[in-house]
Design a protein around this ligand. Structure first.
Ligand code: IMP
Ligand code: MG
Length: 169
């Protein structure tokens, strides 16, 4: 496993992202929606750096059946049952790759009329984008490599790694 981002580099960047969010959402009531499974560790670290009034929910969304290929389908495996029309929604994603998942998810959530909706992604692979989706907050811009760790998996494995690494295939 080649280490791409160390535990320390991630922690430092998460603090900076949180500082941005603290400033941008000051005085607002935030609904933070973590996208399972990949965002759970990032989510846990990020919200503990936030000092704004917030609620936490999780949604299960899958566009990858298994392994590394994008099936192109958005499957909602766990939904939230809160009304969004009084909430400033922040979607927390592990990574934006093709952008298909995030674009479809945002479109779906917008139809529930949130007060506002933004996306915060730990990682972004801009070179893989197939649409015009762009996240509002990005932790790190990375190359076109398949990464694991800090919540991200390869066929369900490696989520527990404290760093982000590249799987050698
Ligand atoms: P997209 O729809 O292609 O943007 O895919 C987004 C989802 O694919 C992410 O939420 C991840 O679950 C998964 N994914 C994309 N690239 C990687 C990667 O390099 N490692 C692990 N999961 C990835
Ligand atoms: Mg995911």
């Amino acid at each position: 496993m080649k280490i791409l981002l160390t535990k320390e580099q991630i922690a430092e960047r998460v603090k900076l992202l949180a500082a941005e969010l603290n400033a941008d959402y000051e005085g607002r009531e935030l609904l933070v929606i973590g996208i399972l499974n990949g965002s759970f560790i990032f989510m846990a670290d990020l919200i503990r750096e936030l000092n704004i009034d917030l609620k936490v929910e999780f949604m299960g969304v899958s566009s990858y059946m298994d392994g590394v290929e994008n099936s192109g389908k958005l499957l909602i495996t766990k939904d939230i049952h809160l009304s969004l029309n009084v909430a400033d929604v922040l979607v927390v994603e592990d990574i934006i790759d093709s952008g298909v998942t995030a674009a479809r998810l945002v479109e779906m959530l917008k139809s529930r009329n949130p007060r506002s909706i933004k996306v915060c992604a730990l990682l972004n692979k801009q070179s893989r984008r197939v649409n015009s989706f762009s996240a509002d907050y990005i932790g790190f811009e990375i190359e076109d490599e398949f990464v694991v760790g800090y919540g991200l998996d390869c066929a369900g494995r490696f989520r527990q790694l404290p760093y982000i690494g590249v799987v050698q295939m």
